[in-house]
Design a protein around this ligand. Structure first.
Ligand SMILES: [Zn+2]
Ligand SMILES: [Zn+2]
Length: 269
């Protein structure tokens, strides 16, 4: 099927949108940036409209679904997510276009479904949206897993890291920066709660606890602008894994996804 590439079009509270595909088929994960930017980046990265087979949605927060209706209509794309999240998008998403009923595709957690040649399994991740899904996408004999907005690293989260060759995982905030930063206390509590976001330390510990030799590439996503810094996130993860003898750049590749501009393309070997 040819080699796959992964591109992040944007990652974080200002908007999330990720592309995964090969020469024949591709899909989007989330559509939380403007439709014009999505179209511009598609052109820049040589991604063809006709190859896109679907859009999968993690959850119904605006930074993940803002452009989902537009994107679905422009490309007549089926949109895959759970019933609760589809309802959430309908009810809580005020501006912009709704997803046409015929393009609303319902999926269930832990029940594999197919988009073109992609075999995909959704799995639940705690977060303060109606529901929040991680996705494990089979690319031939390799597995690509994305888990963003992770309130807490549950057993299910651990399980999916253990079977993944490629992993996109949240590393939202530095705990000291959040504690000492200027966010109001209620927002600080929301972010650090079990239904908020994953800290650099939690991401590091979760990776260390589940690291295995097939895990070839890890991308840190959804970094906070206010309470994190790309180099700090990278160093926190590198340092922690090193204490277990796992060396970034040698045992696996570690990348940090940019918030406002694309990162990649990354060729998945
Ligand atoms: Zn988010
Ligand atoms: Zn969210």
């Amino acid at each position: 099927m040819g080699e796959y590439k992964f591109v992040s079009f944007g990652s974080g509270s200002s908007g999330n949108c990720y592309y995964l595909g090969n020469e024949e088929q591709g899909l989007f994960i989330d559509a939380g940036i403007g439709i014009r930017r999505i179209k511009r980046y598609m052109k820049e990265y040589g991604i063809k409209y006709n190859n896109i087979k679907g859009l999968i949605i993690t959850h119904d927060h605006a930074d993940h679904v803002k452009a989902s209706g537009y994107l679905s209509q422009e490309m007549n794309l089926p949109v895959y997510t759970t019933q609760l999240i589809h309802e959430g998008i309908k009810h809580t998403f005020h501006s912009g276009k709704k997803i046409e009923a015929c393009n609303c595709k319902l999926i269930n957690p832990e029940e594999p479904f197919e988009i073109g040649d992609f075999k995909i399994t959704a799995f639940p991740i705690p977060h303060d949206s109606t529901e929040n899904m991680g996705y494990c996408i089979e690319l031939g004999d390799k597995k690509f897993t994305i888990m963003t907005d992770v309130g807490f690293p549950t057993e299910t989260v651990h399980k999916y890291i253990q079977i993944s060759d490629y992993l996109v995982i949240e590393s939202n905030y530095d705990e000291e920066m959040l504690k000492n930063g200027k966010y109001p206390i209620t927002l600080k509590q929301r972010i650090s709660s079990g239904t908020g976001h994953l800290s650099n330390r939690q991401a590091a510990e979760t990776l260390a606890a589940n690291f295995h030799e097939c895990l070839k590439h890890v991308w840190l996503c959804h970094l906070s602008e206010e309470n994190n810094h790309p180099e700090l996130a990278r160093k926190t993860i590198e340092y922690h894994l090193r204490s277990f003898g796992i060396i970034a750049g040698k045992d696996f590749q570690l990348e940090v996804l940019r918030r406002l501009i694309p990162t990649g393309p990354f060729i998945l070997q």
